[in-house]
Write a protein that binds this ligand. Structure first.
Ligand SMILES: Cc1cc2nc3c(=O)[nH]c(=O)nc-3n(C[C@H](O)[C@H](O)[C@H](O)COP(=O)(O)OP(=O)(O)OC[C@H]3O[C@@H](n4cnc5c(N)ncnc54)[C@H](O)[C@@H]3O)c2cc1C
Length: 412
């Protein structure tokens, strides 16, 4: 595995870093207080970052319309897409994680369409977003798995689907869906019979405006407040049969619905891990600067030594977690299964970043808790916690890791 970034990746990192420092961060607190990223600012930002978004490698990793024309990566012909996407995600989250989640595109809805969709389905739903982008409109996809009562326990979903002629009728409620209210389409997971567990699950694309598909409440949250988190209601929602991802045949005798949900996590967990690292690094750099400024003259004092030791530990944990995320991305870029590594990266990065934000505040004392335009530490402290919850909590990552270890002791 190559540790050095390619020239293109370095350029991407620098470009996003500058956008983060000079364009995003000055807006960060305002967006947080208003619980939204203004559309005009988002459009402006998207235009500024257009060279990054049109990067073919990033598109391949996140699942764009062009992706369907490409060969899957292999050890012989690796892609750089997943690693590039991680580098970009870390840098954007360093700027502002909420803005990153608000960026238009397929978002978490992309990987399930990419994993299970037929070529025609990929063309249709990625194409819909690409067309909107060409018109200069903002358009999103979303991922609707979680329900009240079924978060970690994916096999416990209760949203039902029933075939009725050339339609499926879906009934249920989805919660905490990122960009759920604004999305042009949402991948909705439902079951033909909850008693069948994983085997009963199906994945549909439900378009905005479909009769019976409405938005419930928009949540007010501890952190990531500018990112939209919505409840979605499906009440006798009639979806055309062709919206079943992969078509009927894909589910015969297989747990394709459940696997689609899980495959999504293999590609998105390292990405989410990198976002956590972006926030953790922001806190770490902030406290390093403050320590340099405030404690320069007190070096012989034991307190200074205690503090720099904590900084060294923060740095080590963040760097170690980054190596795990890069390994998970390298495996995806070389076509190797990476479920265990994806979970390890998510567990390690979220924990390292939560601790970095927590320790940064401890080191700075009361000053670390103050909200100012130029002091975003208290915001990062609020933003980071959810990274240890969504895309599978820390505990769930450990369940996934231990299952993999025990099913294949040799790989450990
Ligand atoms: C801001 C935000 C955005 C989100 N975006 C999306 C989205 O776009 N799409 C979507 O589908 N979902 C989304 N979610 C939902 C998120 O994925 C779930 O919250 C998460 O999976 C945890 O589920 P839960 O909240 O129901 O907690 P629960 O599953 O009820 O877990 C509660 C606690 O029990 C622990 N626990 C549960 N099972 C086990 C076990 N087997 N072993 C050990 N401990 C266990 C958990 O670790 C946790 O500590 C989002 C959530 C948030 C907060």
């Amino acid at each position: 595995m190559e540790f050095e970034l390619t020239r293109k990746q370095k350029e991407l990192k620098d470009a996003l870093h500058n956008l983060g420092r000079y364009v995003i961060r000055p807006m960060s607190l305002q967006m947080d207080r208003e619980h939204r990223v203004p559309d005009a600012f988002l459009k402006q930002f998207v235009a500024m970052a257009s060279s990054v978004r049109s990067d073919q490698d990033v598109g391949a990793a996140l699942g764009d319309a062009e992706e369907i024309k490409r060969e899957p990566p292999s050890r012989e012909k690796p892609s750089f897409g997943n690693r590039t996407a991680l580098v970009g995600a870390e840098e954007l989250a360093w700027g502002d994680a909420s803005l990153l989640l608000c960026l238009p595109g397929a978002g978490l809805g992309g990987p399930p369409v990419k994993a299970t969709g037929t070529p025609a389905q990929k063309k249709k739903w990625f194409g819909m977003l690409a067309d909107a982008d060409k018109r200069g409109d903002l358009a999103w996809g979303a991922y609707g798995l979680t329900e009240p009562g079924a978060g970690s326990d994916v096999s416990g979903i209760r949203t039902t689907c029933r075939k009725d002629g050339d339609h499926w009728v879906i009934n249920g409620r989805k919660c905490y869906i990122t960009n759920g209210a604004r999305a042009a389409w949402v991948v909705i997971f439902a079951t033909v019979d909850p008693a069948l567990g994983r085997a009963g699950q199906r994945a549909f694309v439900v378009e905005k405006g479909t009769p019976g598909f409405t938005v419930g409440k928009i949540e007010e949250k501890l952190g990531l407040r500018a990112s939209e988190t919505a409840e979605l209601v499906l009440d006798d929602c009639r979806v055309p049969a062709e919206n079943l991802l992969g078509g009927d045949a894909a589910y015969e005798g297989k747990s394709t619905g459940f696997q689609t949900a899980m495959k999504t996590f293999d590609s998105t967990r390292p990405l989410v891990a990198s976002m956590a690292l972006g926030i953790g690094r922001a806190a770490y750099e902030y406290v390093c600067d403050a320590v340099k400024e405030r404690y320069m003259l007190s070096r012989p004092v034991p307190r200074y030594h205690a503090i720099v030791e904590r900084l060294a530990k923060m740095h080590r944990r963040l760097e170690a977690a980054r190596m795990l995320t890069w390994k998970a991305a390298w495996m995806a870029d070389t076509g190797q299964p990476n479920a265990k590594e994806a979970s390890m990266s998510k567990a390690a990065a979220a924990q390292a970043a939560v601790r970095a934000c927590f320790e940064a505040i401890e080191i700075l004392g009361a000053d670390g808790t103050i909200q100012r335009e130029d002091a975003l530490l208290e915001k990062w402290f609020r933003d980071i916690k959810v990274y240890d919850i969504f895309e599978g909590t820390g505990q769930i990552q450990r369940v996934v890791i231990s299952k993999r270890i025990l099913s294949d002791l040799k790989s450990f």
